[in-house]
Design a protein around this ligand. Structure first.
Ligand SMILES: Cc1cc2nc3c(=O)[nH]c(=O)nc-3n(C[C@H](O)[C@H](O)[C@H](O)COP(=O)(O)OP(=O)(O)OC[C@H]3O[C@@H](n4cnc5c(N)ncnc54)[C@H](O)[C@@H]3O)c2cc1C
Length: 401
């Protein structure tokens, strides 16, 4: 059997290795438009490669996969995170699971992942052609003709693993596929408000953030930067609300609960307890907030720093409780987070058979990885999707049902 895999990324290369193992006689050609295979994997996780996650803190897959949770639920039963970790350990890649449940190679070097895949492909005889951009796939009576670099080769099966991008231009050769409009996911937000600028560098742990007037919310550490807001809470929110944010040109009202999710009533009664004290309002405040941050919040609530807790008028106390549990900032754009992003959108999941990942419209063509409308929050979930889908396609081709 001759198989073309289009795109030498995580999904494509993982598929190639597992297909070659399952069907040693298969002739596999991986076509990559770039100069280097696995170029993106080499820079994942800041060069350390967060290759999966223990999933222990995920109660519902929709938390990890805002798009594609149902498909991933089905596919992860076929190739789970535990099986993924075992796969890499069997290849001699020792792994470590961090306290936040992210899994990295013990070497802390993404090149170990790249080299392991490439060595396997070379050893088993899978051909990789770089600088080979696929421009056309034509179904024939006996299979599929694939055109690249002014040549056309015939294959029995084709696997499309061209990844995501804002215009999905890598997929021009399958014009009839329904595409969910691609938009970026995983980014920080600009918020021009001056009060935040004074707080650059502050991290507030376990902070709930939401977008006013919507159901989008996320919780995590919040980092205040010179341009606005970042950190896990905002990245997660940017993933959940990727499409809404794009539609609103990244101008929304962000609502921040600086009190780790405590309600306004709970905070009011905490402030009433402070009201027993003759200390100044600046000198007594919730432990997890810095003095600098507290001063900014007092100013935002219109409470003078020289006030004493035991003489603070009820009106001001109520205003303070309201501000610190639902502080609002208007965003005015987005920022790449450490150059990390994924694409929300891609080939609609209605286009594929959810057991085999074969295209319903183009029999013999399979799709896997970020090219599909599946994407995740940060934490190793995106690469897990690429490994799992690559594996499932390999099995589907090797053992057709
Ligand atoms: C900087 C950065 C850091 C990241 N870090 C992490 C992380 O630590 N953990 C994690 O889980 N996720 C991470 N991600 C996300 C993760 O890397 C991707 O979700 C994953 O690589 C997607 O794999 P893929 O195989 O589907 O696509 P890709 O890896 O994007 O591969 C697609 C390949 O197809 C090629 N191609 C496209 N069109 C054609 C064509 N017409 N002909 C031939 N070739 C073509 C492309 O050149 C590319 O090499 C990160 C992303 C970025 C950008």
């Amino acid at each position: 059997m001759k198989v073309a895999i289009i795109g030498a990324g995580a999904a494509g290369c993982f598929c190639a290795v597992n297909l070659k193992r399952a069907l040693p006689d298969a002739e596999i050609t991986v076509l990559e438009r770039g100069r280097r295979p696995l170029a993106k994997v080499a820079i994942t996780g800041g060069g350390r490669c967060n290759l999966t996650n223990s999933f222990l803190e995920i109660n519902d897959l929709r938390e990890a996969y805002p798009r594609g949770a149902r498909l991933m639920q089905r596919l992860l039963r076929r190739f789970s995170p535990a099986e993924t970790m075992q796969w890499w350990e069997d290849e001699g890649v020792q792994l470590v699971t961090q306290a936040d449940q992210c899994v990295f190679p013990r070497s802390q070097n993404a090149m170990q992942i790249v080299d392991t895949l490439l060595q396997n492909m070379r050893r088993m005889g899978a051909r990789i052609l770089t600088e080979s951009k696929v421009t056309c796939i034509r179904p024939t009576d006996s299979g599929l003709d694939v055109s690249f670099n002014n040549t056309t080769e015939h294959f029995d099966k084709v696997v499309v693993t061209t990844g995501g991008s804002p215009r999905m231009e890598g997929l021009n050769f399958l014009p009839e596929l329904k595409i969910e409009q691609p938009v970026p996911s995983l980014f920080a937000l600009n918020a021009g408000d001056a009060p935040l600028h004074d707080l650059t560098g502050i991290v507030v742990e376990s902070t709930p953030v939401s977008i006013a007037g919507t159901k989008f919310k996320a919780t995590g550490d919040l980092l205040i930067t010179h341009f606005g807001l970042s950190g896990p809470a905002i990245l997660r929110l940017s993933s959940y609300a990727a499409r809404h944010l794009a539609e609103n040109n990244y101008r929304v009202t962000l609502c921040i609960n600086w009190m780790q999710g405590r309600t306004e009533d709970e905070v009011r009664s905490m402030l009433l307890d402070y009201g027993q004290s003759p200390r100044q309002v600046t000198n007594m405040h919730p432990h997890h907030l810095t003095a600098r941050h507290w001063s900014v919040l007092l100013a935002r609530a219109g409470v003078s720093e020289s006030r004493r807790w035991d003489t603070l008028p009820a009106k001001e106390l109520n205003r303070l409780a309201a501000v610190i549990t639902a502080d609002t900032y208007v965003t005015d754009g987005r920022r790449a987070y450490k150059a990390e992003f994924v694409t929300c959108g891609g080939v609609a999941l209605s286009e594929i058979d959810s057991n085999t990942l074969e295209s319903k419209r183009y029999p013999g063509i399979y799709l896997a990885g970020e090219v599909l409308d599946v994407d995740a929050i940060t934490g190793g979930f995106n690469l897990q999707a690429a490994w799992t889908m690559g594996y499932v396609v390999a099995k589907s081709i090797a053992q057709p049902q």
